[in-house]
Write a protein that binds this ligand. Sequence first.
Ligand code: FES
Length: 97
Amino acid sequence: MTVPEPAEQPQCLEVVCEAAGTLLEVPPGTSILEAARQAGLEVTAPCADGLCGACETWVLEGRPDHRDGLLTAEERACGETMLICVSRGSSRLVLDL
Ligand code: FES
């Protein structure tokens, strides 16, 4: 009889808000926008659905996992900005927030 491997647990995403000097632990199912607002940061985000671009944020370090419907393929590949209302990261991110 073999013992099954434990299911891989979803990981929190670590996001450093460089301008605010804040570290966010963003759990699965929570957006970076939500986590930032919960931490007291004011972020303009009228649609919160990856469509308007108002929450576009500079990425200082890390690789975004783009989940929006707005950035072009070139912008996604470049990875200099991300829409924090829907997009995440595959590893730690440092953002200009
Ligand atoms: S709030 Fe509209 S794209 Fe993020």
